[in-house]
Design a binder for this molecule. Structure first.
Ligand SMILES: CC(C)(COP(=O)(O)OP(=O)(O)OC[C@H]1O[C@@H](n2cnc3c(N)ncnc32)[C@H](O)[C@@H]1OP(=O)(O)O)[C@@H](O)C(=O)NCCC(=O)NCCSC(=O)/C=C1/CC=CC=CO1
Length: 261
């Protein structure tokens, strides 16, 4: 039996799989899901063996964002409840962003509000053809959270971010791909196999090198060229003497595929 009420969690070798599991509520984030997501994100972020974490939703939704029914049920106003949700969601997003393992997000259906924000935090983001994306926050009289105001301007620029946040435009998966929000769109039936293949590919890959890429890209927009050059230099020189670097270079010279730990 799962240790979580609203999340399925499975770990096989160096791959962990997280599934948001409130399908009857469109995998909306209530206080339990928010808390459990923060817990599971911290668990995977602290696991030094993991190379890949996958994240998807059960049923026909990826995640419809904050649970609006639970918000409406708060007798003395939804503010404190939403603060609690946002704190947990933000803890989870920060853990995913800082962890060395790669986060592969499989967007299996609608991603709305905080569900959209969560989806784009992935290092690799793959969507089913039928998936759709909408910010939805201002339509519900709320404002963005989940890092949307951080990631979206960096990914798609201010004008497109405004289009999503002010107009609540709904993007199809193909449009989201064209807008640089995703890496791949695949037929719905192929999503699980595609994600498994990507997870296996990165599970065989160089953990340290991929973690360096992740760390470099996360801070890049806030650094000067010289700061970033200094960081690149420190990272690549450490990588060159690491087991991954030693194996990668040796494999090239002996004309064979590298075998990373
Ligand atoms: C576009 C939709 C997501 C899907 O539309 P559709 O396919 O037509 O399906 P529906 O019939 O509308 O929905 C299926 C059932 O799911 C329930 N549901 C959907 N979204 C939510 C939700 N956000 N909260 C609670 N329940 C939800 C829906 O009522 C149906 O159940 P019943 O048949 O029993 O009624 C569409 O549903 C939609 O637009 N949903 C709202 C999207 C939205 O506004 N999301 C919230 C944005 S704000 C936000 O995310 C904020 C926070 C705050 C802080 C921290 C953390 C999280 O989020």
């Amino acid at each position: 039996m799962s240790q979580y009420e609203t999340i399925e969690f499975e770990r096989t070798g160096n791959i962990a799989r997280i599934t948001l599991n409130r399908p009857k509520a469109a995998n909306g984030i209530n206080h339990v899901l928010g808390r459990e997501l923060a817990q599971v994100a911290s668990l995977v972020a602290d696991d030094p063996e993991l190379k890949v974490v996958t994240l998807t939703g059960a049923g026909r939704f990826f995640c419809a964002g904050g649970d609006l029914k639970a918000m409406a049920a708060q007798e003395s106003g939804a503010g404190p409840y939403v603060k609690h949700l946002a704190d947990n969601l933000h803890e989870a997003i920060s853990s995913f962003a800082r962890m060395e393992a790669l986060l592969i997000v499989a967007v299996n259906g609608t991603a709305a509000g905080a569900g959209f924000s969560l989806a784009v935090t992935g290092d690799i983001v793959v969507a089913a053809e039928s998936a759709s994306f909408t910010m939805a926050y201002t339509k519900a009289g709320l404002s963005p959270d989940g890092g949307a105001s951080y990631y979206l301007p960096r990914l798609i620029g201010i004008r497109r971010t405004q289009e999503l946040m002010y107009f609540n435009r709904v993007l199809s998966a193909t449009e989201a791909l064209d807008w640089n929000l995703l890496h791949r769109v695949v037929p719905d039936a192929d999503l699980p196999a595609t994600v498994d293949a990507l997870a296996a590919q990165f599970a065989d890959g160089p953990r340290h090198s991929n973690a360096n890429v992740k760390k470099l890209l996360l801070v890049s927009p806030d650094h000067t060229l010289e700061e970033q050059l200094a960081r690149e230099s420190a990272f690549i020189s450490a990588a060159a003497s690491s087991p991954d670097g030693t194996e990668g270079i040796a494999a090239f010279l002996s004309k064979r595929a590298p075998k990373f730990d």
